[in-house]
Write a protein that binds this ligand. Sequence first.
Ligand SMILES: Cc1ncc(COP(=O)(O)O)c(C=O)c1O
Length: 401
Amino acid sequence: MDNKLFATRVQPEVPSRLAGLFPVMNYEDAIKFTAGAPAESLFPAKAMQQAYLDAMAAEGNHTFQYHTVDGPVELRERLAQRAMDKMQIENVTAENVMLTAGGQQGIDLVAKALLNKGDAMVVEAPTYVGALSSFDMYEPTYYEVELENDGLNTDQLEATLKQHPEIKFLYTVSDFHNPGGVTMSLEKRQKVVELANKYNFIVLEDTPYRDLRYTGKSLPSIKHFDTEGRVIFLSSFSKVLMPTLRTGWLVADKTIIQQLYKLKEAADLEVPNITAQAINHFLANNSLDDHITNLNKEYLVRMQAMIDACQKYLPEGVSATKPEGGFFTWVTVNDAINTTDLLYNEATPKQHIAYVPSKNFYAYKDHTNGMRLNFTGLTPAEIDDGMKRLGTLLAHAGQLI
Ligand SMILES: Cc1ncc(COP(=O)(O)O)c(C=O)c1O
């Protein structure tokens, strides 16, 4: 096949950003800090099975027919209410809520709606690798803004905007960052909206982990502060229910949503009715909040085990973010250590542990001294054991420099 036949966005000679993210490791005592998956044992499988049956019983054969690009209004109404109650977004109606094929499709459709080739956008450094994999397809010019312990550096954002007033799009993970583990402060949320108004850009606030807060107080969404319809709030059922539902939802101004529907119709015609109806029945007959409370109880124990283990085992000069929820901790090591090399040469073959090395989370793949650690997929004992091995490994790597 002649590679020149492909559009430039595909770059056939370049592997997907998501390929090989999780190294294969088949040792019996392997401990994997890699996945961003929710704990399977906590899936509400029985209740969801019943919800699918209820959906089929309610609509009979019609359940399986073509439906519409916007999906059931009852579900969008429920989500509009949730956006007002939990995210503190005002005046949300079903028309402001769009259902997407996972949060991932929301990211992709927003990028497609905004970005012409070469258009300027800002991403956090580091940022969610799946978002980069989508943005890459629209061939933007990336400007990176560093992530701090209280969210993206808004001074640096403003300096970048002054220098590049053509920037039209900011992508941010505001709560329990993937991969950073940090949460944006209230002040920075306000500042982001202020800057969006001043410098005329759109903000995509991607928050699949928002409900998974284990300690501390919930903050209003960035969209809460939105005065000009510039912020798109994006959530997902993947982390709080199940990833296979492939259902995300976003809240935005109607004019934005109309453009996104054009793109969704072109991509996949419509929301899968059976799944949307099943989620609607699930929400009608079960308390999502009770389920989330249960998840948070279990995940808190795992997060605490990770925070304790970081303190106990990480050698001097190595820092770890201290999450209050979500799935991840981010570890930064000495600049001289390349965490990709360390993973393949030492961590997997010798210590039988795996993490996701930092370079995957940067637009230009040029930061090599960090790693993302997941704590929700492991028991506290596994976390302790794995972090002990990581501590040994890093102490040894430090001596080799
Ligand atoms: C920050 C962030 N956004 C979006 C997604 C996409 O999730 P989904 O498409 O399953 O909703 C993920 C998944 O890991 C994520 O971490």
